[in-house]
Design a protein around this ligand. Structure first.
Ligand code: FAD
Ligand code: NAP
Length: 337
């Protein structure tokens, strides 16, 4: 384990923005973490953990220590007639874990195919897509207390998962390093086609959901047709979370915007933020080095040499215009430093 100084992070965040880390280290094993916690550089400085860097925006240099997670290992822990329990280290690539499960005909995370990043970042925001969230299959999260080195297990309920939210973004923010997760997956077919776009795609292509692979491939194809690949054009996925409103607010909005898009979810009303941003005329708009993607209004892109500050400024301009037009507050999903 080697601690480097003044390390350039531009290749470790999918926005591709430049930022220097005062100290930088790569974790390959849990023993590395035990050793790291005892170092002066770690004890005396602010910490920042990076997995795939696909949900972060650096707007300035980081004056502390950045830790890149490369903890590896996926194993089947136990199984019975109905379920199979899979443990994964947090530095595994999420898509590799999905493939591991799909290849074994296990049901539960196939709708979450092709989400970039690492396994360890999944519980942070309870990753979700195409009608599924991580919390539906996640049993446990394994963590290490970064001030004491003590290991701890968070059961699903203790993680306080919500929409793109968890205890790790709130009460215990910056307290733990996530080292692994345990998934409980079904051997019994459980196709989830509740998401209309996915259901329509399956129907249009005469696909029968008789294997998680069929659904996984469908999700991958839909995603590839709509979402910009960060390797081709720098972005961090949806910049903003969707907005939840009361019924009264929805009725008020409907008066002025009868075509407003909304979904009823768990007794709440969700308005896709993409619709709000597009309605304010941002879709496909470019301002210098930054812009809003032409196919996806929620995705802010870096066309080349944008700084983190330029990206943040565009996000603030979007927030202001949505607030002025709809009196609704967009909240960033991306972790901004
Ligand atoms: P990073 O960006 O490296 O980190 C994210 C946050 O988690 C940071 O605050 C970091 O400090 C913290 N963190 C990371 N690892 C650890 C750890 N081991 N312990 C403690 N803290 C940690 N998200 C969705 O939910 N659904 C989607 O469908 C989706 N689609 C996307 C599509 C694209 C094209 C892109 C670019 C992003 C998308 N995202 C989506 C967002 C992103 O991929 C996910 O949030 C992903 O889980 C981030 O993983 P990461 O390893 O890149 O995290
Ligand atoms: P989309 O299919 O164009 O849909 C737009 C929005 O409408 C989404 O925000 C989605 O909410 C909502 N929606 C659509 N159908 C729905 C249904 N049947 N029930 C409930 N809500 C519905 O969205 P997209 O941008 O192409 O993304 C597809 C999926 O991938 C979405 O689930 C999205 O969350 C996920 N995704 C996430 C990120 C990220 O960075 N977080 C990036 C890309 C894609 P939800 O977002 O709540 O699903």
């Amino acid at each position: 384990m080697k601690i480097e100084e003044n390390f350039d992070l531009s290749h470790l965040n999918t926005f591709g923005v430049s930022a220097l880390a005062r100290f930088f280290v790569i974790l390959n094993t849990e023993e590395d973490l035990e050793d790291l916690i005892k170092t002066k550089e770690f004890k005396e400085n602010e910490k920042f953990f990076i997995g795939g860097g696909s949900n972060i925006l650096f707007t300035k240099n980081f004056p502390g220590i950045v830790v890149l997670n490369k903890l590896k290992g996926i194993e089947i822990i136990k199984e019975d007639e109905e379920f199979c329990w899979i443990k994964s280290a947090s530095g595994e690539i999420w898509s590799d874990l999905v493939n591991f499960t799909v290849n074994r005909e296990l049901w539960g995370v196939e709708n979450l195919s092709l989400i970039p990043g690492t396994v360890g970042a999944g519980p942070m925001q309870n990753i979700g897509a195409y009608g599924t969230e991580l919390k539906e299959t996640l049993e446990e999260v394994y963590v290490v207390d970064i001030s004491t080195g003590e290991k701890k297990v968070f059961k699903n309920k203790e993680c306080k998962f919500g929409y793109r939210d968890s205890i790790f973004k709130n009460e215990v923010k910056n307290k733990y390093f996530i080292t692994g997760i345990l998934l409980k997956l079904s051997k019994v077919p459980k196709p989830n086609l509740s998401y209309r776009v996915l259901k329509d795609y399956m129907k249009k292509n005469n696909l029968i959901p008789n294997s998680p692979r069929v659904i996984s491939d469908a999700v991958i194809n839909i995603r590839k047709s709509k979402l910009p690949d960060p390797k081709v054009i720098c972005n961090a996925g949806s910049f903003f979370k969707n907005v939840f409103v009361s019924e009264e607010k929805l009725e008020e909005l409907k008066k002025n915007y009868p075509d407003i898009s909304f979904f009823e979810e768990d007794g709440m009303i969700k308005i896709p933020s993409g619709w709000l941003v597009e309605s304010c005329g941002w879709k496909g708009k470019r301002i210098g080095n930054v812009g809003v993607h032409e196919k996806q209004a929620l995705v802010i892109v870096n066309f080349g040499n944008a700084s983190g500050k330029e990206i943040k400024q565009l996000a603030e301009d979007i927030i202001l215009s949505v607030s002025l037009k709809f009196d609704l507050k967009l909240i960033p999903e991306v972790n901004i430093y």
